[in-house]
Design a binder for this molecule. Structure first.
Ligand code: PLP
Length: 281
């Protein structure tokens, strides 16, 4: 099968994508599947419009992929599929850069892949005649934050927004509750009680979070795994984020408002010291 990869037509099996590609690392990517009926592509402009829409919102280096429509036609032709039912698959990623959440600087060229395949319509044809069975499921899309999946588009966009606002981390708020950072867990100190979101499908159970809660117990600091409400956050004396690379990092300003006296607080410092002491290998 001949495929298209970054401006070249080549055998599909010869295509190699570096592991630093953001599509691989973060699912920082978009795709389209276009149906080819013998005689023509079905609404290619609509597919490209949707791809452009996503590329614009993701701020990819290229946001107009209309040139891919004739490329799709070429691929159908080169693979002798003109008189067949076929599918055109397009996959665009932000490109290749060392792993880091915000958009890479300088902006990499997107990775652009297009492949075609024969589409055996017989099963679908049958289903259209007989009908199908379906089930209902809770809509968990974007809601399984407890799994450390590589589907990190939301984290990337939030982290980039933080960077564009001169901040270092973004804390996700869901229904008025501060949940966690883009790559960290979030903690607030209210009346000397270290409070963090309870484990649920809405946060990642951080190893560091767990360590910090244990260190609190060791130090005799009270803890609470309970919701941190946005409308109470101004009452926190300290805020911090925790994570593998972050360890325990105080937040000294949230949305440009100083936290406490605008300097790292005593609880964070005590926990940092205890964490360092705890690091005995
Ligand atoms: C969304 C999110 N929350 C929390 C964490 C912190 O987890 P850990 O302490 O295991 O690094 C991470 C780490 O990558 C993360 O991506």
């Amino acid at each position: 099968m001949i495929a298209y990869f970054n401006g070249r037509f080549m055998p599909k099996q010869d295509i190699c994508i570096p592991v630093d590609d953001r599509g691989f690392l973060f699912s920082d990517s978009l795709y389209e599947v276009i149906r080819y009926y013998p005689g023509g592509l079905f609404r290619p402009n609509a597919h490209i419009r949707r791809l452009n829409h996503g590329a614009g919102h993701l701020s990819l280096a290229c946001t107009d992929f209309s040139y891919l429509i004739p490329v799709a036609g070429d691929l159908i032709h080169q693979n002798q599929l003109e008189s067949q039912d076929a599918l055109v698959y397009i996959h665009v990623t932000r490109g290749i850069a060392p792993r880091n959440h915000p958009f890479p600087v300088p902006t990499p060229a997107p990775t652009i892949y297009m492949g075609v395949s024969l589409f055996d319509t017989s099963a679908k044809d049958r289903q259209r005649k007989t009908g199908i069975h379906a089930i209902t499921v809770p809509d968990i899309r974007w809601s399984r934050c407890d799994m450390k999946t590589t589907g990190l588009t939301a984290n990337v966009l939030a982290n980039q927004q933080a960077a564009e606002n001169g901040a270092d981390e973004a804390v996700f708020v869901r229904d008025g509750v501060l949940m966690e950072g883009t790559h960290t867990n979030f903690m607030a100190v209210f009346d000397n009680i270290v409070t963090t979101a309870p484990l649920s499908n809405y946060i990642l159970g951080g190893i560091t979070r767990d360590t910090v809660l244990a260190l609190c117990r060791h130090l005799g600091i009270r803890t609470s795994e309970s919701p941190i409400y946005e409308n109470r956050i101004h009452r926190a004396s300290e805020l911090m984020v925790t994570g593998t690379t972050t360890e325990i990092t105080p937040i000294v300003a949230l949305n440009d408002q100083p936290v406490g006296n605008g300097r790292p607080g005593p609880t964070a410092r005590a926990l940092q010291d205890a964490f360092t002491e705890h690091l005995s290998f």
